[in-house]
Write a protein that binds this ligand. Structure first.
Ligand code: DGY
Length: 332
């Protein structure tokens, strides 16, 4: 390598290596789209022949791919690698992968499974407490020396007793619900179907959910159906005292509408870890005292990165051994 690495959020690096060494071993071929951190590199190259996009991928041997949420896997991409038969993404979201096209080509796809669930749920609750109790804003106030000159900072709102509407009660949404229940919140949810095993109130329509909620937490995946699921009407139904938290995907919310509602006081606040056009963020959000913004990092901790490596390797080993993937994406 010839330059110093900068870590990406999932622990790979942005460093461009100049020594794309091709192993001469018979280890199975694994296409990796970007240079790897030492931890990734050591773990993968012990078991696979790691191939960078600049090296040719044999068309006669079946190969696998490590992908990340920002690698678009569409027909044009797949056309370049006809021997690809397995993709493991370092994310739980799969909106970057054209699944129908993968299945049409017989390509298996795996995610990281549930390894992020608890961390994301913790983070969503953290954002919610931060926005409703105004912790970050109060911190800025104190750090800017305003307490002495301008007096006490305006009060935030209590979390206990609030109605929280969860958009998407999958494993992450359920983990958020359990945590918020412990804070004394009343939980309702919207999802494609009611979950027979949960005690939370199912509301089939997101407008009704927003109308009944003080806080909406977006925890669904991004699909055609959930694109802009939180739109102008939903935000208006949530109302002037409402707070939105998003740890799903930016495009689950109509972002220009969200910004407009925040600017015009049509909702009270927002805690956002994801945005429609990352890392570009509407500049109006920077000037607001009622938002907390973070850099799509709810899933990533050093502990989780080590788990990602392990689950990716386990999936590839299963694939090359002809066994079922451990954390496959299955068709609905
Ligand atoms: O989908 C995920 O796992 C996270 O959002 C990181 O991309």
């Amino acid at each position: 390598m010839n330059s110093s690495p900068s870590l990406t959020s999932d622990g790979a690096t942005n460093t461009i290596t100049t020594s794309n060494k091709r192993s001469s071993s018979n280890l199975p071929p694994l296409l990796v789209l970007r240079p790897l951190s030492d931890a990734w590199s050591a773990a993968l190259s012990a078991k696979f022949t790691v191939i960078s996009p600049s090296s040719p991928l044999s068309t006669s041997t079946r190969a696998a791919l490590v992908s990340a949420a920002y690698n678009k896997v569409d027909p044009a991409f797949l056309d370049q690698y006809p021997s690809l038969q397995c993709i493991a993404t370092t994310s739980i979201g799969v909106d970057h992968i054209d699944l129908e096209e993968c299945w049409r080509r017989g390509i298996q796809v795996a995610t990281v499974g549930e390894i992020f669930t608890k961390d994301v749920a913790d983070y969503a609750v953290g954002l919610l407490i931060d926005v409703s109790r105004r912790i970050t804003m109060s911190d800025r106030y104190v750090q800017n020396g305003l307490w002495m000159s301008q007096g006490d900072y305006p009060l935030g709102s209590k979390l206990g007793g609030k109605h929280v509407g969860i958009v998407g009660l999958g494993s992450i949404g359920s983990a958020i619900a359990r945590r918020l229940e412990a804070f004394g919140c009343k939980i309702s949810y919207v999802s494609r179907k009611p979950k027979p095993t949960v005690k939370y109130k199912y509301i089939p329509n997101i407008y009704d959910l927003a109308t009944e909620s003080d806080i909406l937490v977006v925890a669904c995946s991004l699909t055609k159906e959930t694109h802009h699921i939180v739109n102008k009407q939903v935000l208006q139904a949530l109302g002037k005292e409402g707070i939105v938290i998003n740890i799903g995907r930016g495009a689950n919310i109509d972002e220009p509408e969200l910004v407009r509602c925040l600017v015009q006081g049509e909702i009270k606040g927002a805690g956002l870890d994801v945005f429609e056009n990352e890392p570009n963020i509407p500049k109006e959000l920077f000037e607001m005292g009622n938002v907390v913004l973070t850099a799509h990092q709810s899933v990533f901790t050093p502990e989780a990165i080590s788990d990602i490596i392990q689950v990716c390797i386990a999936n590839f080993e299963a694939f090359f051994a002809g066994k079922p993937l451990l954390t496959p994406v299955v068709a609905d």
